[in-house]
Ligand binder design. Structure first.
Ligand code: HEC
Length: 495
């Protein structure tokens, strides 16, 4: 990790040590630094209250709350003549020694007491010197990928193997979108640049590719990568450098940095459960969660837990292994082939439960199902034709035509378009002084973004999926014919 940060900036050793103190509250020596907090001067380790936790790792301060941590931009604090102003105090320019007094004793250059919300830090001489050196650089220090005329984005897309086809589609959509944005002048005067690397076939090669994106290639944020083998590692590696990613859902739980425009599988399946209860009248004990394939087990368990929270009495999850599962309603997670086998096994046993699944997983098996499943099968779709506006359709058709993309792969095209749309929206909002932290805050603040292809999308504090649920669609056979029976309504979030 250290080698990354060294690559990402040109700081001297002193400045680097100052940065560690600023961000993590750690001394360059072995001492544990203390901060004195509040009017009572209570001592806490500085590592619990590093400067960055209040002033932001970009030093821009915070815009909300009562007494606000001001911006620590050195130009504002110390350069030039004239008085400055913060939280009603006025004072002349800071010098190195008055800055040390503010940090250690809580007085500004005019002798005003700082509000006790600003802790007093007990620093060694060396630590104070390092910290001051870093504060002089802080405002110039930009996150990687933000340059004078260029903003660099990155992604990981396999060029061979089973995901190559999808990788090709995503790449075409991203490159097309970036070209369109650049034609309109880029974002805040910066041209967007897209770096595409191949994650290869295994977790190790994928991790190397990611490290290269973040290190050598210096990308600012990631968009729509396709590297399922990274999963847990992706979350950890992005978290360590606060790298925003938009357009993916980690299978293994959430991450503060990862945003997905479309709903995850659990939310989609919960919409189906809602329909099972309100429209089909299934009782709390009548829904089973069945999965095929080990990689689905964790998701299946998540779904069951969420069902229990919503008042279902769903028994333990079951793995499908060719048997005819019992129960009046079955929520299925797994691939199309296994789904077709489940339907056949049930049929052979003379059973005809309601089946619920995500269209993204099982759509491939639906056309071949026998007629007896007509209106017994319900699929979750993040969006349906009713969500498509004329403009949305024109955008999609234009893209398909320019890039020679197959309309049958529209769902991948739509999800990638949405990711790029939300990303560029947030980038526009944060202005030219873009930092990763600001991008994450801006993404979090997006509400009701109309895409013309999906229901309105948006995130929120702690909310990382653009939609919390899906449309419920009934399947008529033979055909198949699809009828939207319950429109998308956000599934209530239980903490
Ligand atoms: C718990 C939150 C918190 C932490 C941690 C914190 N500060 Fe502050 N800081 C504040 C607040 C709030 C103010 C505004 C006080 C006021 O205006 O009276 C402030 C004010 C300041 C000022 C005065 C700026 C001015 O314009 O007069 C400086 C300099 C400063 N902080 C530096 C630091 C440094 C360096 C660290 C880490 C060693 C740090 N702060 C840690 C909350 C914090």
């Amino acid at each position: 990790m250290a080698s990354f940060s060294a690559l990402a900036l040109d700081l001297t050793d002193h400045e680097q040590a100052g940065k560690r103190l600023y961000r993590e509250g750690l001394s360059s020596s072995d001492v544990q630094l203390q901060a004195r907090v509040g009017a009572s001067d209570m001592a806490v380790p500085a590592s619990v209250l590093p400067c960055a936790s209040c002033h932001g790792s970009d030093g821009r301060g915070r815009a909300e709350g009562g007494v606000r941590p001001p911006s620590l931009d050195w130009r504002r604090l110390a350069l030039g003549q004239g008085t400055r102003e913060a939280n009603g105090r006025t004072y002349p320019a800071y010098t190195d020694s008055s800055l040390a007094r503010a940090i250690q004793q809580g007085v500004d250059p005019a002798g005003n007491r700082l509000d006790p919300a600003m802790p007093r830090f007990e620093l060694t001489l060396a630590d104070q010197r390092n910290l001051t050196a870093y504060l002089k650089r802080l405002a110039q220090e930009r996150d990687p990928g933000v340059e004078e005329g260029v903003l660099r984005l990155g992604t990981l897309l396999p060029a061979s193997g089973p995901l190559a086809d999808a990788g090709h589609v995503i790449r075409a959509v991203l490159q097309d979108g970036v070209a369109q944005l650049n034609q309109q002048g880029g974002i805040h005067g910066r041209r967007l640049e897209l770096v595409v690397l191949d994650p290869g076939a295994d977790p190790a090669s994928a991790e190397r590719a990611l490290q290269r994106l973040l290190g050598q290639e210096r990308v600012f944020a990631l968009v729509s990568p396709l590297a399922p083998m990274l999963d847990q590692r992706l979350t950890t590696l992005l978290g360590a450098q606060n790298v925003p990613l938009i357009g993916s859902t980690p299978r293994s739980g959430g991450s503060a940095q990862i945003f997905d425009p479309l709903p995850g599988l659990p939310e989609q399946l919960l919409s189906l459960a809602g329909h099972a209860r309100t429209a089909l009248g299934l009782a709390p004990g009548e829904l089973r969660v069945v999965y095929a394939g080990n990689e689905q087990a964790a998701l299946a368990e998540q779904v069951r837990e969420r069902l229990l929270q919503q008042g279902w009495a769903t028994p333990a999850i079951q793995v499908f292994d060719g048997q005819a599962v019992d129960g009046p309603g079955i929520i299925f997670l797994g691939r199309a082939q296994a789904f077709a086998e489940l339907a056949a096994a049930l049929q052979a046993a003379g059973r005809q439960p309601y089946l619920f699944a995500a269209s993204s997983q099982v759509a491939g098996a639906v056309a071949r199902l026998p007629e007896q499943w007509s209106r017994r099968l319900f699929l979750a779709y993040p969006y349906v034709p009713g969500d498509w506006t004329e403009q949305g359709l024109a955008t999609l058709a234009g893209l398909q035509q320019r890039q020679g993309l197959d309309p049958r792969q529209a769902s991948l095209q739509v999800s990638t378009l949405c990711a790029l749309r939300l990303l560029s929206e947030a980038l526009k909002q944060i202005g030219r002084d873009a930092s990763r932290e600001q991008l994450i805050t801006a993404l979090e603040g997006l509400h009701d973004v109309a895409t013309g292809l999906t229901p309105a999308l948006g995130f929120g504090p702690g909310r990382r999926q653009g939609m919390a649920g899906a449309h419920v669609v009934a399947v008529d056979l033979p055909g198949p014919h699809f009828t939207a029976v319950t429109p998308y309504r956000p599934v209530p979030v239980t903490p």
